[in-house]
Structures are given as structure tokens and as C-alpha cells.
Ligand binder design. Sequence first.
Ligand code: SAM
Length: 189
Amino acid sequence: MILKGVIQMAHDILLEAIQQGDIVIDATVGNGHDTLFLAEAVGDEGLVYGFDIQEQAIENTKKRLTSAGKNQQVKLILDGHHHLEQYIDENANIKAAIFNLGYLPKGDKTIVTKPDTTIKAVKALQNRLVVGGVISLVIYPGHPEGAIETNTLLPFFKTLDQHFWRVIKIDMFNQVHEPPFLIVLEKRK
Ligand code: SAM
């Protein structure tokens, strides 16, 4: 298929920006699929910072990275992404970041990302992102908290200054049951 799922599309877009040796962020490591993707994209010389508030997620991700032999270039941090300024140098040149929102698949569905902390993290990243850098967010409107998250995040992205940010939204237009959709921000200057 040419048109892929939103997570795969996010990866394809991020690969346009990421080069070996880059510094990137996985803001919600979960089960580590995106973290492994980023670790492979930046290579042995790069650095991935991975955040999650659940020990289970950090452990799952650590296991996935270890079995792929890719844990050397990843720093896993058991803390919310909205505290990223405490862990990442203010002069670090961040090339890309992934947010895959919602709850941990096969985990506790009551622990979910929150719009206020997501926006706080995105704002902190906007300052640290290099020109040409990208931030992707996969958003799940189909659960109650996800609907609230969607209604808070969309107006925030919609009002970003177009001179500084190019913003796209990709959704599966004809799917029933409120499928996830993708937002990507690119820093223009
Ligand atoms: N990217 C993951 C993967 O590839 O498997 C899936 C992520 S899952 C959909 C969402 C994750 O966000 C959960 O593991 C949850 O614990 C985490 N989360 C919730 N609030 C968070 C926060 N403030 N900071 C960091 N992670 C958070």
C-alpha cells in the first residue's frame, strides 16, 4: 500500500529529517517500538532520550532495545516528558521528536497522556528543535480522555505562527470508530 497507517507515516516523515548522529526524543516510549525506530535512525553515534511515567513501559522498552542490540544510544528516563528541560541540555540540537499519545497498549488504560503536559513538552521542544527539525504526534480521539486531548491540542497547533512552523494533519478520512490521526510540525526558521 502507498498510504500506510499513521505511525508508519510518522516514521517515514521523520526519516526525511533524521540523520545518523542526531539527537532525538521519544516522548512516550510505551512498549519501545518508536524508541527502537529512532535508535536505528540515529545509529551508534546518535542519542535518543526516551520518556515515560510508567516503570512497566521503561522495562518493556529496555528489553526491546537490548534484544535488538540498540540500547547504547538510548537514555531512558522514568519521568514525564513535560520535565524534559531537567534532562536535556538547553543547547542540545534536537532534530526530531515522537509523541504517541494515549495509554500503554496491554497496560493500565487509566494512565494516559494529558493535553496540558503534552503542550508543555511540545513548547519546550519547539525551543530546542533545529531549523528543519520535526515533531510528530499520533493522537487517539476514540477514548474519552483522547477526545478531550484532541479538542485541546488541535486549537493549539492551529494557532502556531505559520512563518515559523509548517503544520500538517493526516487522518484516515473514511474510517469509522474515530481512528488515530497524525500531526507533524516542521520548524521553518
Ligand atoms: N510509543 C510507544 C510504543 O512505540 O510502543 C507507545 C506509547 S503509548 C500509546 C503512550 C505512553 O505514554 C504510555 O506508556 C504512558 O505511560 C505514557 N505517558 C503518559 N503520560 C506521559 C507523560 N506525561 N510523559 C511521558 N509519558 C507519558
